[in-house]
Design a protein around this ligand. Sequence first.
Ligand code: ATP
Length: 362
Amino acid sequence: MANVTLRNVRKTYVGGFEAIKGIDFDVGDGQFCVLVGPSGCGKSTLLRMVAGLETITGGEIDIGGRVVNQIEPADRDIAMVFQNYALYPHMSVYNNMAYGLRNRRMAEAEIKTRVEEAARILELGAMLDRKPRQLSGGQRQRVAMGRAIVRQPKVFLFDEPLSNLDAKLRIAMRVEIRKLQRRLSTTSIYVTHDQLEAMTLADILVVMNGGQVEQIGNPLDIYQKPATTFVASFIGAPPMNLMPLRSDEIKSQLAGDARANEAGILGIRPEDFVITNETVSGGVALGLTVEAIERVGAETFLYGTRQHEVQGVAATPGELPPGEIIVRIPGAVGPAIGERIRAVAASDKLHLFAADGRKRVG
Ligand code: ATP
């Protein structure tokens, strides 16, 4: 069994900067955990602490039932895949994969078995004699994964492994990593700032912000019930529309909704609007003027401004300018620029948060 458990883990860098402010979570045996958050939130620091590449200032990290705080990286039974692959340029693919095993003085016959098995899984069998420069970016990334696989570690750690690849290859490799991890059932922790990668890979998603955890859970649960406005605007693209509830027309529409008493901010996802002139009971209707349109084929994004301008909602990453609303509609048809539309969201599509955005109230 290889659970990874973090208990009140803290990191203060030399100089006094507190990068990790007390983090707790548990990754079950065979689970795929993704750490996601904006640049500087501390994801790499946390992963490097699990790897043993960074000292732990406080708390405990437990891998497979053993506290590893004082254990050297090489003795933690983990294998890490980095974004820059870190392949040895002068060595063949075979030797790159064999290198770590030779360092451990494993018998050549066993090394051969493991490298060939990894090469088969990763479809690198025909490339074992090549040098890294003779490979594509995706193939190099697979060699980097091969090096991790041959170690047969208890835990895989991935630090933004796909960020040097182009968009199409990223998606292909994302699917490959997930298939590979399912097949090997190795407990994994994966760092990314890409919320789509996070959503699609994770069994457990840990959303981080400023050295702390904002929310932990199953990705779809987080998408459907974000705990804070930070999570609401970070998970989902385009982001959730967030509107302050003041004495404007939205507030009066929510007069019959008990949740609104405690709420200061209303959130509605772009795909949860319907454009209609019909009256709705219990939901919210926004009068919008369409300012811009993006048609991407299967769907269309409308950027509208509310006719009642909203001001001064606390800024969180990815948030819209005050008064701007994004509506996502299926297909390639829809209103024209300058048109006035009525965008309606049903009651069960509303997300309500406290005025400081730190708590979900319904
Ligand atoms: P990114 O996505 O940009 O890599 P991240 O979430 O992985 O960001 P970290 O690299 O973990 O963030 O850094 C977290 C914070 O700690 C940042 O504010 C960073 O400036 C700071 N930091 C990182 N390394 C050090 C260091 N050696 N000394 C002091 N501060 C550091």
